[in-house]
Design a protein around this ligand. Structure first.
Ligand SMILES: NC(=O)c1ccc[n+]([C@@H]2O[C@H](COP(=O)([O-])OP(=O)(O)OC[C@H]3O[C@@H](n4cnc5c(N)ncnc54)[C@H](O)[C@@H]3O)[C@@H](O)[C@H]2O)c1
Ligand SMILES: N[C@@H](CCC=O)C(=O)O
Length: 531
C-alpha cells in the first residue's frame, strides 16, 4: 500500500437541482422515466465482473403502480454466493496494493458521472422503484450518494496523514491496512445513497465486498453497480449478489474470511446477523467488525414557547416526507397542552393539503409505500388504533392497495404515552401525538427518553433556551442526531454525520472518518535508525 503522497481533497455538497418546468434537468428526467417504463431490465448476479443468470428470478415493480414490472433480477444460489466470496478474495490481492489515490479517483469519477450524465438515470430509477418524488429522489440518489463518495474521499487523506511521533533515531509509522478477508454489505430499500455507500466505503479503504442489495430495490442497486464499473472499479472488488437474504447470509456469515459487516436495515435483522456471527465466532480468522445502522422511533418535543408554524411544518415534513419511510422520520410527537389547539389546526390543514399518488406528477408529496408486506403491516397498526379506546385517528387512516400501496398520511392522538404506536417502529406515514401538561415538561423529557429502546433522531421546538438546554441534557442518549427547531430528518453528508445508538445501531456515523476507520486495521511499524 503506497500512501506516500498525502494531498488534500476539498469537499462541497452536491447542489440540489430544482426541476422547474422546462429546465434541462426536468427534461432529462422525463425522458429517462419514459425510457425506463418502456424497456425491460434483465439484471444478473455479478461475480468477479462476470454476469451470471441463474434463472431463479424476482421482479422489479413500481410500488405506486404495482402491475407495472420494469425488470427482473436473477437470484444468487448458495453456489454463486460461495463464488462471490472466492472472487472477492482473489481481487483483494491487487486491490489492496493499489495506491489510495488511484482507488479514491474511481469514486471521485463515479461522483462526477452521477452528478452529471447519470443523474437522470439514478433519479428516475429511484422514483419508479422506491416511489420517491423527484425532490426526494434528487436529495437521495443524486446528491447524497455523490456526497458520500466525495466526502469519504476527502476523509481518507486526513486519516492517512495521522502518524505517530518519532523521537530521535527512531522512525514510527502507521500503515492503514484494509481488513484481512472480505466485507459483507447488506443494504436497505429506502435510500439509494445508503445502498451505494455501504459497499463503497469499505472498498475505498482497500477492502473487497460481497454486496446483497434489498430485493425490492435491486433495479437501482444494479445502476449503482454499472456506475462503478463505468468509473473504473476493477472486477471482483464489489460482487453484486441479489437474492434470498437468509440463504445468502447463511453462506456468508459462516465463512472464515468474513472480516466485517456493513449493514443498514431493521433492528430485528441486525440482531439475527449479530447472533449468527456470535455462533460462528470461533471459526473466523479475525473478529468481524460489525457496523449496523438500524431502526428508529424518532421524536419531536414541542415546548410551549415554540414557534407553532415552524413546529407544525417540522411535524408534517418530518413524519410524511417519503411516506415516513426514513429511519429518521418523526413518529411520536409530544406537544404542550396550551399550544395544542393551534398546532392541531395547522397540522390537520397541512395533512389535508398533501397529495398522495403517482410520483411522476410534479405536485405529489407522497408516493406509495414499498410493497405489500409493508402496506399490510402499516394497515394492521392503523386497524389496531381504530379498535382501541386509548387512541383516536385525527386525520387519515385510509389505505388502498388496488393500484399501488397507498397509505394516507395518518395522525393519531393518544392519551397513553406508552401506547403501541408511541413505541414501535411502523416505517410508514403514521404519526402519534401525546399532549402533555405544560408544567410537566421535564417529566415529559424523561418519558421521551424511556419510552423506547431506540436512539436515532429527535427534535425539540422551543424559543426558551432553558427548555432547549434541558432537552439537550436529558435526551443526551435518546438520539444520535438531535435537532433544535428543525425536523429530525434530512441529515446532510459532511454536515450532520448520521447514526444512532441504543437499538438504532452501532452509531458509526455513515459518511465520516468514524465509519471509515471501521474498515481499517492499522499496523504500527517502529524502526530504530541509530544502531
Ligand atoms: N439507522 C439508519 O441509518 C437507517 C437508514 C435506513 C433504514 N434504516 C432502517 O431500515 C429499515 C427499513 O429498511 P428495510 O425494510 O430494507 O430493512 P430490512 O431489515 O427488512 O432489510 C435490510 C436488508 O437486510 C436484508 N435481510 C433481511 N433478512 C436478512 C437476513 N436474515 N440476513 C441478512 N440480510 C437480511 C434485506 O434483504 C435487505 O437487504 C427500518 O427499520 C429503518 O429504520 C435505518
Ligand atoms: N439521511 C437520512 C437518513 C436515512 C434514513 O433512512 C435522513 O436524515 O433523513
Amino acid at each position: 500500500m503506497n500512501n506516500s503522497v498525502i494531498n488534500k481533497i476539498n469537499f462541497v455538497n452536491e447542489p440540489v437541482l430544482k426541476y422547474e418546468k422546462g429546465s434541462p434537468e426536468r427534461i432529462e428526467l422525463e425522458k429517462e422515466l419514459k425510457a425506463m417504463k418502456t424497456s425491460f431490465a434483465d439484471i444478473p448476479v455479478i461475480i468477479g465482473g462476470k454476469e451470471i443468470r441463474t434463472g431463479n428470478k424476482g421482479s422489479c415493480i413500481l410500488p405506486h403502480n404495482k402491475n407495472m414490472v420494469i425488470g427482473e433480477f436473477h437470484k444468487a444460489s448458495k453456489k454463486e454466493v460461495e463464488m462471490a466470496v472466492e472472487e472477492a478474495l482473489k481481487a483483494k490481492k491487487e486491490w489492496e496494493k493499489m495506491n489510495w489515490q488511484s482507488r479514491v479517483a474511481i469514486f471521485l469519477r463515479a461522483a462526477e458521472l452521477l452528478s452529471g450524465p447519470w443523474r437522470a438515470k439514478f433519479n428516475a430509477a429511484t422514483m419508479l422503484i422506491q416511489s420517491k418524488t423527484y425532490k426526494q429522489a434528487e436529495i437521495d440518489s443524486a446528491c447524497e450518494l455523490a456526497d458520500f463518495f466525495r466526502y469519504n474521499a476527502s476523509c481518507l487523506p486526513q486519516i492517512y496523514a495521522e502518524q505517530p511521533i518519532s523521537p530521535d533515531k527512531i522512525w514510527n509509522k502507521i500503515e492503514y491496512r484494509p481488513l484481512e478477508g472480505f466485507i459483507y454489505a447488506v443494504t436497505p430499500f429506502n435510500f439509494t445513497a445508503i445502498a451505494g455507500n455501504l459497499p463503497c466505503a469499505p472498498a475505498m479503504t482497500g477492502n473487497v465486498v460481497v454486496w446483497k442489495p434489498a430485493s425490492v430495490a435491486v433495479y437501482t442497486a444494479y445502476i449503482i453497480y454499472q456506475l462503478l464499473k463505468e468509473a473504473g472499479l476493477p472486477d471482483g472488488v464489489i460482487n453484486f449478489v441479489p437474492g434470498n437474504a437468509d440463504e445468502i447470509s447463511d453462506v456468508v456469515l459462516k465463512n472464515e474470511h468474513l472480516s466485517g459487516i456493513h449493514f443498514t436495515g431493521s433492528t430485528k435483522v441486525f440482531h439475527n446477523m449479530w447472533t449468527a456471527v456470535g455462533n460462528n465466532i470461533s471459526n473466523y480468522r479475525s473478529f468481524p467488525r460489525i457496523v449496523g445502522e438500524t431502526g428508529g422511533k424518532d421524536f419531536i418535543v414541542v415546548h410551549n414557547s415554540a414557534n407553532i408554524h415552524s413546529a407544525s411544518r417540522g411535524i408534517i415534513e418530518g413524519a410524511f416526507e417519503y411516506q415516513g419511510q426514513k429511519c429518521s422520520a418523526a413518529s411520536r410527537v409530544y406537544v404542550a397542552r396550551s399550544i395544542w389547539p393551534s398546532i392541531k389546526e395547522i397540522i390537520i390543514k397541512k395533512a389535508a393539503d398533501i397529495k398522495v399518488g403517482d410520483v411522476e406528477e410534479i405536485d405529489t408529496f407522497m408516493g406509495a409505500v414499498i410493497d405489500q408486506k409493508s402496506f399490510n403491516n402499516i394497515k394492521n397498526y392503523i386497524d389496531y388504533v381504530k379498535n382501541s379506546d386509548e387512541a383516536e385517528i385525527l386525520f387519515g387512516g385510509s389505505c388502498d392497495d388496488s393500484k399501488g400501496y397507498f397509505v394516507d398520511p395518518t395522525i393519531i392522538l393518544t392519551k397513553n404515552p406508552h401506547f403501541k404506536t408511541m413505541k414501535e417502529e411502523i416505517f410508514g406515514p403514521v404519526l402519534t401525538i401525546y399532549v402533555y401538561d405544560d408544567e410537566k415538561f421535564e417529566e415529559t423529557l424523561d418519558l421521551v427518553d424511556s419510552t423506547t429502546n431506540y436512539g436515532l433522531t429527535g427534535a425539540i421546538f422551543a424559543k426558551d433556551r432553558y427548555a432547549i438546554n434541558a432537552a439537550e441534557e436529558k435526551l443526551v442518549n435518546a438520539a444520535g442526531n438531535f435537532y433544535v427547531n428543525d425536523r429530525p430528518t434530512g441529515a446532510v453528508v459532511g454536515q450532520q454525520p448520521f447514526g444512532g445508538a441504543r437499538q438504532s445501531g452501532t452509531n458509526d456515523k455513515a459518511g465520516s472518518k468514524i465509519n471509515l476507520m471501521r474498515w481499517i486495521s492499522p499496523r504500527v511499524v517502529k524502526e530504530t535508525l541509530g544502531n
